[in-house]
Ligand binder design. Structure first.
Ligand SMILES: CC(C)(COP(=O)(O)OP(=O)(O)OC[C@H]1O[C@@H](n2cnc3c(N)ncnc32)[C@H](O)[C@@H]1OP(=O)(O)O)[C@@H](O)C(=O)NCCC(=O)NCCS
Length: 199
């Protein structure tokens, strides 16, 4: 596979495709936590919530988006799930649990000073296994180091063993596991592993 080009910041022309890839990467979370009724609706919600400056995209030589990564820093979030936007797309009632889940996620994972948190990474299904995810992660880790961060953190759910293996290969270590139980069972997981890479 030809080498992907990695850009820091998601240019506006790549936002829609980036949102498609992110929504497709987490179909159960999109349905059960974000309450999106269709993949299209999920992608629309994701697109409107992205802070492009906190993202990286991998492009193939033809300029197609292959993968996306987004980080949270102290005080800034890659995803910004505002209730009015959720209500406009989902309706007033569905927007309430959607806002609950997104707020819960934001509160329990907010990075402290000197830390970057990888909020999300997804690679287009056709391009997986070709090294794109590794390059996105390495680029973001380098950027965190250059910015003077102490560590990079992320979470991975208990049922995503391949992603955990990838993170461990890059040096991330599990620092704690939190059971989420029935609250997230419909989304396909019941525990969250918190991982950290000291820089
Ligand atoms: C996890 C993910 C970003 C990895 O991206 P990628 O470009 O496939 O990763 P790479 O090619 O750099 O590394 C592949 C390695 O990742 C792992 N991997 C994880 N999911 C994989 C998948 N669906 N297909 C192939 N490899 C996968 C394998 O262990 C593989 O190891 P190998 O190199 O020994 O074969 C990608 O699979 C994805 O988008 N998954 C869906 C969304 C997701 O789960 N994101 C992570 C949430 S914590």
């Amino acid at each position: 596979m030809p080498t992907a080009q990695i850009l820091r910041g998601i240019p506006s022309e790549f936002l829609a495709k980036s949102a498609d890839i992110l929504a497709a990467g987490f179909p159960l979370k999109m349905r059960h936590e974000l309450r999106a009724r269709t993949p299209r609706q999920a992608a629309l919600l994701v697109e409107q919530s992205i802070a492009p400056d906190l993202g990286w995209v991998a492009l193939d030589p033809g300029g197609d988006v292959l993968g996306v990564l987004g980080v949270d820093t102290d005080g800034l979030s890659f995803f910004n799930w505002r209730y009015p936007m959720l209500a406009r797309e989902l309706g007033l009632l569905s927007a309430i649990p959607a806002r609950f889940f997104t707020a819960l996620g934001a509160i329990t994972t907010r990075p402290g000073r000197g830390l970057w948190r990888i909020e999300v990474i997804a690679v287009d299904e056709q391009a997986r296994g070709g090294g794109v995810g590794t390059r996105l992660l390495r680029t973001a880790i380098e950027a965190a180091r250059d910015t003077g961060m102490r560590a990079v953190t992320l979470e991975v759910v208990d049922t995503n063993e391949p992603a955990r293996a990838l993170y461990e290969r890059l040096g991330f270590r599990c620092v704690r596991t939190q059971r989420s139980g029935w609250l997230t069972a419909q989304s396909g997981y019941q525990a969250i592993r918190y991982m950290r890479l000291d820089l």
